[in-house]
Design a protein around this ligand. Structure first.
Ligand code: XUL
Ligand code: CO
Length: 436
């Protein structure tokens, strides 16, 4: 195999290592709460940012140095890119990857040619999966980059566009199955609106649901058993994305009878764009039984758009891991680095620095979360905070026996509540800091 990267395989060297290209915390075989780190995270590398990101921005052109990529739209270039990608993922030691159909293979002049290109590259992907043991976490169709999707895909005002998108998803489902993908993602690229004056919202949402039902039906027909996921995001590229946050997605899924077939793929920077914390989105999806997978990244506190930076903040990763442990893990989902190196970090080795840092931040977060749980102070505080619900009037209400009449009779007897207690937010924030 040709070597596209000079960097050797990344090894675990422990917390005292000063080697920037070694793991200090991510030790894939280390067992925490009964599972290895490898099993906890199921780390995944994304094809789009890592192998298709150019570093271009609205003010300047590409900066990334990628010696294996000649910049052409040929299948030969796409094939070489696959070899480079698998060398990278293998040297990093991530067990999974994820792609959009159009990341891996170039579009042709028509759908038949595009599908043929895709098939050719899929053969190489399969070969590399078999050679390395790296697996596909999820596939997805890019239903937003091509100009035909200017008004959306399944929510387009143009029925022909819906039909084209359907054909694209059909093919992508077949490929995801062929490659043994364990999930299939819908991120609603342009499923939203810029202006309600020209938009029939009900019709668009009905169409989006119809589209997802078609995908579920076709998956069943071809025997694809992976988990379907929706990825919430509130805005960008549209002013309002229909899948705006976990609550909006779950409401959509429930309203259209899709909740049995879908879970959510929660992304940090999308959560914060929605005005939520990642912890909030994970807890909300988790308690509804809809926590499927995560796109791991972070935004910039001072910027209001999707910067997709690699996560390095232990406070964030500890919160994420507290939620993943609370809900019993993420499989068959994973921790997918939907993150890109900065435009200024244009050398191939920066891809290693970025992923090593992200994996270490998550491993450290897992250890912190596990220590918090082992000591049990936080859980005991929360349990005690709600103790009024365990007996007496609280238990009556929770069991459904209480009515407004029984509540009135009880409160007339008591006259007033006996008192409230402090929420102790600052004490608990200090407690968390003890573990960091
Ligand atoms: C866009 C985003 C996508 C999805 C896959 O913000 O996160 O890359 O993860 O379509
Ligand atoms: Co994402």
């Amino acid at each position: 195999m040709a070597d596209f990267f000079e960097t050797p395989k990344i090894a675990y060297e422990g917390p005292n290592s000063k080697n920037p290209l070694a793991f200090r915390w991510y030790n894939e075989n280390e067992v925490v709460e009964g599972k290895t780190m490898k099993e906890h995270f199921r780390f995944s590398v994304v094809y789009w940012h890592t192998f298709r990101g150019t570093g271009g921005d609205p003010f300047g052109s590409a900066t990334m140095v990628r010696p294996w990529d000649d910049g052409s739209n040929s299948v030969a270039n796409a094939t070489r890119r696959v070899r480079a990608a698998f060398e990278f993922i293998q040297k990093l030691g991530a067990p999974y990857y994820a792609f959009h159909d159009r990341d891996v293979a170039p579009e042709g002049d028509n759908l038949a040619q595009t599908n043929k290109n895709f098939d050719e590259v899929v053969k190489v992907l399969k070969e590399e999966q078999e050679r390395t043991g790296i697996k596909l976490l999820w596939g997805t169709a890019n239903l937003f980059s091509n100009p035909r999707y200017v008004h959306g895909a399944s929510t387009s005002c143009n029925a022909e566009v819906f039909a084209f998108a359907g054909a694209q998803v059909k093919k992508c489902l077949e490929v995801t199955k062929e490659l043994g993908g364990v999930n299939y993602v819908f991120w609603g690229g342009r499923e939203g609106y810029q202006n309600l004056f020209n938009t029939d919202m009900k019709r668009e949402l009905d169409h989006m649901a119809r589209f997802m039902h078609m995908a579920v039906d076709y998956a069943r027909k071809i025997g694809f058993t992976g988990q379907f996921l929706i990825e919430p995001k509130p805005k960008e590229p549209t002013k309002h994305q229909y899948d705006s946050d976990a609550a909006a997605c779950i409401n959509f899924l429930r309203a259209y009878d899709l909740l049995d077939h879908f879970k959510l793929n929660i992304e940090t920077n999308h959560a914060t764009l929605a005005g939520h914390t990642m912890m909030h989105e994970l807890d909300y999806a988790g308690y509804q039984g809809a926590l499927g997978s995560i796109d791991a990244n972070t935004g910039d506190m001072l910027l209001g758009w999707d910067t997709d930076q690699f996560p390095t903040d232990y406070y964030l990763t500890s919160q994420v891991m507290l939620m993943l442990l609370k809900y019993g893990g993420i499989a068959p989902g994973g921790v997918n680095f939907d993150a890109k190196v900065r435009r200024e970090s244009f050398e191939p080795v920066d891809l290693f620095h970025a992923h090593v840092g992200g994996m270490d931040a998550f491993a450290r977060g897992l250890k912190i979360a596990a220590a918090i749980r082992a000591e049990g102070e936080l859980a005991a505080f929360v349990k005690n905070r709600y103790r009024s619900w365990d007996t007496g009037i609280g238990a009556e209400i929770e069991s459904g026996r209480a009515t407004l009449e029984t509540l009135e009779a009880e409160m007339l007897k008591r006259g007033e509540i006996s008192g409230n207690e402090s929420g102790r937010q600052e004490m608990l924030e200090n407690l968390i800091n003890r573990y960091l």
